[in-house]
Structure formats: structure tokens, C-alpha cells
Design a protein around this ligand. Structure first.
Ligand code: SF4
Length: 139
């Protein structure tokens, strides 16, 4: 395993983008940071800038306002950047499919590495999704 690969897997930094979620998925992400799950002990850090992130974690069904920004954010991220779709909305638009305010699904805009379905997904599922995304990482 190369140094880059080792470092990436030991400290994946995550940028969270809400693309029009109802907030429940976002709350589950925050739950991962609480003492019960404490993902920071594994080096998984939620960061405030996409320029520092290894993983783009997206929640929500991609509404019209945020749709153009998703590709911009992805292009601004350092490479490699893994994308994790969190929640059934991000995975496949859920009940908002063909709604007036939604655009094409997330994976039509950026390459999604891992889908974590659930409404909302439990913290365990989210952590498992991040681990699965890291397993796809190869340098
Ligand atoms: S998947 Fe469910 S909890 Fe998550 S944003 Fe959609 S409606 Fe809300």
C-alpha cells in the first residue's frame, strides 16, 4: 500500500452537501459525530471546505437551485474525490422523482462511488458506506 493510499484510508475528510434534503439525513450525519459513534476517532472528519475534502457526502433529491453547484463543487475538490449518496433521496430521488423542483438524479451529474439508501439511513449504515467508499480507493 502506498503512503498516499494509507493516509487517505486513515483520515478521510468529508464535505457534506445538502442538495435539498428534509434535514433528517443531515441529522443522522451529525449523529455520527456524537460520542456514541464518534467517527473522528477513526480519522473521519467533517470539513467546511470542499478543497480539503476526500469525500463528497450528498443528501437530498437535488433541487433546481443546487443542481448546477454540485458539479462545480466536485470539480473544485482535490483528486481523488469519492462521492457518497446518503439517503434514498440522494440515491434515486425517492418521493421527489419527477417533482417540479427536482432535476436529474445525482449520479447523472457526478460519479457516485457508494449509495447508502434509507429514509434516513442509520449512522451505522452511513459509516459502513464511508468504509465501502474507502475500499474502492486505489492508488
Ligand atoms: S431520504 Fe428521507 S430523510 Fe433523507 S432527505 Fe430524503 S426524505 Fe429526508
Amino acid at each position: 500500500m502506498s503512503l498516499k493510499s494509507w493516509a487517505f484510508k486513515k483520515s478521510p475528510w468529508v464535505f457534506h452537501l445538502s442538495a435539498g434534503s428534509c434535514n433528517n439525513c443531515d441529522i443522522e450525519i451529525l449523529d455520527c459525530l456524537t460520542p456514541r459513534y464518534d467517527v473522528e476517532r477513526f480519522g473521519i472528519l467533517l470539513v467546511g471546505s470542499i478543497r480539503h475534502a476526500d469525500i463528497l457526502l450528498v443528501t437530498g433529491a437535488v433541487n433546481r437551485k443546487v443542481a448546477p453547484r454540485i458539479r462545480e463543487l466536485y470539480d473544485m475538490a482535490p483528486r481523488p474525490c469519492l462521492v457518497v449518496a446518503c439517503g434514498t433521496c440522494a440515491c434515486g430521488q425517492h418521493m421527489f422523482k419527477e417533482s417540479y423542483h427536482t432535476m436529474e438524479p445525482l449520479d447523472a451529474r457526478v460519479p457516485v462511488s457508494v449509495y447508502v439508501p434509507g429514509c434516513p439511513p442509520k449512522p451505522e449504515a452511513l459509516i459502513s458506506g464511508i468504509v465501502r467508499a474507502l475500499q474502492q480507493f486505489k492508488v
